[in-house]
Structure formats: structure tokens, C-alpha cells
Design a protein around this ligand. Structure first.
Ligand SMILES: *Cc1c(COP(=O)(O)O)cnc(C)c1O
Length: 380
């Protein structure tokens, strides 16, 4: 079946007790034993497994085409579990991209996890650099494409080949592309991580993360044990909300992508804009690879305003419809000055604004940007 259909049906059927087409939310923490002491429903205690969580995990695994999905209380909890659960035969060394979700850098800099793993950072669009970095024993090669906030495109299948020759586990953060636009397992990934908080939830009203394992294997078993025993689990309501979001993921992604393309085209012709980072523009360095490994180019873009930090901040402050806030993937268009959010270690240019293109009408978004960009003086 196609992903559009799986997103609506996988893992779910009408409720057997009531006929309800939409699943009920199971708040009970505990489930009744049969006379012989067994658990006929398959559920025992909600930290171990819960009906709403199981529905979400079944659907997410089906959508990505993996054997198993394991969900956690946030995207970062899922990412932490992936790194911590790396089986012991793998070297304690991570190869990370230079442009990636800033939370992972903070996780390694500010918690004890950083002390437990060596790190190397490369520009993963430079395949020679990836090859050279993989010469040292490596446990995990972490791919994020499109990347945050520069929208770099990494060639998943080539990087996965290099990583596998070095014996490393290949993890792809598929949050920005979603399973609708990019199929990392078909390109060689071993694990896929998601902040379901973003496009899959889709409405900026829940935090939840997930990992999908292509083969259940040892890493998958370790992740399941981490979920169960370390206990960073999402609530049944959050699992239910994530599944509800999943049901409209495909049409929402189509709308995010077409709005983002319209805005990228508008911005790239604007005299107050010095650069637009959107992989759907033919002059983007990743356009060729993105055209091959994605079915559309996504709803995220960033752009550089002529001038510096002050000018970028002024544009963000002048917008009336597009909201100045962090995060992405919801119905509302959001804009953010990443350098000030990420602090001194940021690699984002000072004149860069990141835009999560929402589901408003493209013409209203373009009009808002056009008016806000008037605050940048034109060269006479
Ligand atoms: C938001 C995000 C995360 C972290 O997810 P949380 O749910 O906020 O913990 C990880 N990766 C990417 C690409 C993200 O955008």
C-alpha cells in the first residue's frame, strides 16, 4: 500500500468494543490478568506497552518500511536513546554533520553523554571529507537532510555506503522530509529518527519522538529496553494526537511544499535578499541530489537578508502574519533568527532567517514578506 493510505490505516482498526472508527484513548496504566495469570490483551502495564502507543508505533514502522518503531517523550529523548543504546561492539565515536539540529550539539556539550562519545564533525556534502573521517573507527554516522538551518542536502546512499564499509551504524533524522518525501531505508539507513513534534504531529501542540529500525536487531532491542526501563515514554493522549496528525500528513506536506516553493521563488528575486536556501531551487547546490532522493523539497527554507543581524531582526519584527517563534512543521508559518537562538557556537549566518512555511495561502505569506522586506533600504 502507498504511504498516503498507510498513514490513515496502518496499526488501527475500528474499536472492537464499541465500533468507534477513531480509536479511544486508553488512559488505564494497568491491564487485567486472566484466571491463569496471563495477559490476554497483550498489555500489562502502560510503561511497557499501551494500545495507543502500539498503534502509533505500528503505523510509523509501516510508513518508513522498518521492522519496528519505538517512540519516546520527545525527539531529543529518541535521539538520546539511539546514541546511548549503541551496541557495545561499536566504537564510541560519532560522525556528525556540520549543519544539524542544534539540540544535538547541546546534548553532547551540556550532558554527560558528550563525555562518553568522541565526536568528529564534517561537511557531509563533501564525500572525500566523509571518507577521511570514516578512516578512524566510527560507531554512528549521523545524517540530517535537508539540514537545519542551511538546508544542505546529503547524498544518503553514498554516505551510507562509506559508513557501512567502516562498520558504522547509519542514522537519518527524517524529521524535515517526513516519510512522504524521503525514504531513508531504501537508501541504506539502519535507523531513522523523528521529532514527531513537527510535521507528523503537524499542529504545534504535542512533543513526541520516535526511532524506526530497519531490522529489529540488537540496536532495536536495546532501544525497546531503554523505552521500557528508562521510562521516557509519551502519554497515550500524545500518541493519539500524533496518529491523528499522521492521518492528514500527506495532503499537508503537499501544501507545505507548494507554499515553500512559491515563497522561495519570490525571495530569490527580491533585491533585499542576498541568498535563499531551498533545495527546490535549481541553483541550490543540493538540487540534483534532492531531485533524486526526495519526491518534493519540503516546507522549510532559510534566507539571508542584505545586511547583518540588525537587518534580519528588523525583517522578522516587521512581519504581521508570519509569527516570530521557534519550531516548525505546524499550520502557522513561523520565522526565527537562528544565530541568536543557538548562541555563540552557532554556524548560522547573522543575517539568516529560517522559515517554517505553514498552510496559509501562499499569496498572503508572500505579501507579508514583501511588506516586511520594505524595511531594508534599496541601493539607489
Ligand atoms: C525539533 C527537532 C528535533 C528535536 O525534537 P524535540 O521533539 O523538540 O525534542 C530533532 N531533530 C530535528 C531535525 C528537529 O527539527
Amino acid at each position: 500500500m502507498h504511504p498516503e493510505t498507510l498513514a490513515i490505516h496502518a496499526g488501527r482498526k475500528s474499536d472492537q468494543a464499541t465500533g468507534a472508527v477513531t480509536a479511544p484513548i486508553h488512559l488505564s496504566t494497568t491491564f487485567e490478568r486472566a484466571a491463569d495469570g496471563s495477559f490476554p490483551s497483550g498489555f500489562e502495564y502502560s510503561r511497557d506497552d499501551n494500545p495507543n502507543r502500539r498503534m502509533l508505533e505500528t503505523c510509523l514502522a509501516a510508513l518508513e518500511g522498518g521492522e519496528e518503531a519505538i517512540v519516546f517523550s520527545s525527539g531529543m529523548a529518541a535521539i538520546t536513546a539511539v546514541i546511548e543504546s549503541l551496541p557495545p561492539e561499536h566504537p564510541r565515536r560519532l560522525l556528525l554533520p556540520d549543519d544539524m539540529y542544534f539540540g544535538i550539539r547541546s546534548l553532547l556539550n551540556e550532558t554527560d553523554l558528550g563525555a562518553r562519545f568522541d565526536r568528529a564533525v564534517v561537511d557531509m556534502t563533501d564525500l572525500d571529507a566523509v571518507e577521511a573521517a570514516c578512516a578512524a573507527p566510527t560507531g554512528i554516522v549521523w545524517i540530517e537532510t535537508p539540514s537545519n538551518p542551511l538546508l544542505k542536502i546529503v547524498d544518503i546512499s553514498t554516505v551510507a555506503d562509506i559508513a557501512h564499509r567502516a562498520g558504522a551504524v547509519v542514522v537519518v533524522d527524517n524529521t524535515w522530509a517526513t516519510p512522504l518525501l524521503q525514504r531513508p531505508f531504501e537508501l541504506g539507513a539502519d535507523l531513522i529518527v523523528h521529532a514527531l513534534t513537527k510535521y507528523i504531529g503537524g499542529h504545534s501542540d504535542l512533543m513526541i519522538g520516535g526511532v524506526v529500525a530497519r531490522h529489529a536487531g540488537r540496536h532495536g532491542a536495546a532501544l525497546r529496553a531503554a523505552q521500557k526501563h528508562k521510562g521516557a515514554i509519551p502519554s497515550p493522549f500524545e500518541c493519539w494526537l500524533a496518529l491523528r496528525g499522521m492521518q492528514s500528513l500527506a495532503p499537508r506536506m503537499n501544501a507545505h511544499c507548494s507554499n515553500a516553493m512559491a515563497i522561495a521563488k519570490f525571495l530569490s528575486g527580491h533585491p533585499a535578499v542576498s541568498a535563499v536556501h531551498y533545495p527546490g531551487l535549481p541553483d541550490h547546490p543540493g538540487f540534483g541530489i534532492a531531485s533524486e532522493q526526495m519526491t518534493a523539497f519540503g516546507g522549510m527554507l532559510s534566507f539571508e537578508v542584505k545586511g547583518g543581524r540588525a537587518e534580519a531582526m528588523k525583517v522578522a519584527a516587521s512581519l504581521k502574519l508570519i509569527t516570530r517563534a521557534t519550531s516548525l512543521g505546524g499550520t502557522h508559518s513561523l520565522i526565527e533568527h537562528r544565530a541568536s537562538v543557538e548562541g555563540p557556537e552557532t554556524r548560522a549566518p547573522e543575517n539568516l532567517l529560517r522559515l517554517s512555511v505553514g498552510l496559509e495561502h501562499a499569496q498572503d505569506l508572500v505579501a507579508d514578506l514583501q511588506e516586511a522586506l520594505e524595511c531594508i533600504p534599496r541601493p539607489s
